[in-house]
Design a protein around this ligand. Structure first.
Ligand code: UFG
Length: 342
């Protein structure tokens, strides 16, 4: 019998790409989302890409314990990938209670329901933000986690700890946390991608919206950092590569290949790229000119972060494959696809 994976927050940017890769790898899935930060565009795209009209979709809020229990009653769930969370760093500073309540209680509800239904494999969607401004680069999974600088970042740290402690106490729960670096790009079909609401906070959606004329000018935050060209360094990971890492992690859990009951993996490329380099690559590969200007640093940004990916490469048998250029082409194709629909 096929194994079934619950994808919480599965209608969103990362969740939809992961759904495609899970189906392509032979898993059954159930997608559940409260649609608080997305519409059905990406879920419809997942159905089109996979040719599967029958993917179960449940509109529900993971903060609603009864709804989570009903979901586990209805489906036999072998693994959960938990994406359902708020993700805007700035908003989390302004609305900490909202962020703590939503991000923590939804995850606690998933764990409680899993425990009440005979246990489960749980994959938690974490972030490189847990490393803060790291002293030694690249960061390994052993690098220290620094105090979070936003409630959003803190919810990632707390959820990692909740999973670690739960796994220790409950033999029926196994867990993996994937720490993502900077996911960018879109599916090569241009049928799914990032759909930011309002003004984008992240670099690539801001670039593509500027290129298409939705935004007048891209601001590059700071060119006086102690880096080769003065702009920040990040590890930009292609969204499809990132999605494939989830399949590798789920397979590891379901095939009983974990070496410890709770494991952590960095999911990045291992290559630092500066903001200016990314902007210029976008212009070059897509043949467009971007209107941009250097402005002051953005408060809270770290100078540089990139991943040591050796553990994920060895243990998950996974490696980032797409080049930054290909990824930037896919991001532009997606923006143009959206413009065509407007
Ligand atoms: N940047 C710009 N202009 C923009 C947007 C971003 O110059 O309009 C720069 C930022 O200063 C940064 C780089 O582009 O140097 C990347 O910024 P993003 O906002 O795309 O990504 P971050 O590295 O800030 O964000 C990541 C994750 C978040 C996480 C955060 C922690 O995407 O989930 O790190 O600070 F919370």
């Amino acid at each position: 019998m096929k194994k079934r994976v619950l994808v919480s927050g599965g209608a969103g940017y990362i969740g939809s790409h992961v759904s495609v890769e899970l189906i392509n790898s032979g898993y059954d899935i159930v997608v559940a989302d409260n649609m608080s930060n997305c519409d059905l565009t990406c879920f419809e795209g997942v159905k089109k890409i996979t040719g599967r009209e029958d993917i179960p979709f449940v509109k529900m809020d993971f903060c609603d314990m009864e709804a989570v229990n009903r979901l586990f009653d209805e489906y036999r769930i072998d693994a959960v990938i938990h994406f359902a969370a708020f993700k805007a760093v700035g908003e989390s500073v302004a609305k900490p209670v909202l962020y703590y309540k939503n991000n923590l209680s939804s995850f606690l509800n998933v764990l409680e329901a899993a425990m009440g239904h005979g246990g489960c494999n749980v994959l938690f969607s974490s972030s490189a933000t847990v490393y803060g401004e790291a002293e030694k680069l690249p960061v390994t999974e052993q690098s220290p986690r620094l105090p979070a600088t936003s409630p959003y970042g803190n919810t990632k740290q707390i959820c990692e700890d909740i999973l670690r402690d739960t796994v220790k106490a409950e033999s029926s729960i196994k867990g993996i946390a994937l720490r993502y670096f900077n996911p960018i790009g879109a599916h090569p079909s241009a049928l799914i991608g990032e759909l930011p609401r309002g003004v984008p906070n992240n670099l690539v959606p801001f670039i593509t919206q500027t290129a298409i004329g939705k935004r007048e000018r891209l601001s590059i935050f700071g060119n006086d950092y102690p880096t080769p060209d003065g702009t920040c360094l990040r590890d930009y990971i292609d969204i499809v590569d990132l999605a494939k890492a989830h399949v590798a992690a789920v397979r590891r859990m379901l095939d009983g290949k974990m070496k410890k009951d709770y494991e952590i993996f960095n999911i990045g490329t291992g290559r630092p790229v500066s903001v200016a380099e990314l902007v210029h690559s976008f212009e070059k590969v897509n043949g467009v000119k971007l209107n941009y200007a250097y402005v002051d640093r953005r408060p809270g940004d770290v100078t540089a972060i990139w991943a040591d990916t050796a553990l994920a490469n060895e243990e998950l048998g996974w490696k980032a494959e797409r080049s930054v250029d290909e990824t930037l082409e896919s991001a532009w194709a997606w923006e143009k696809h959206l413009a065509g629909k407007e």
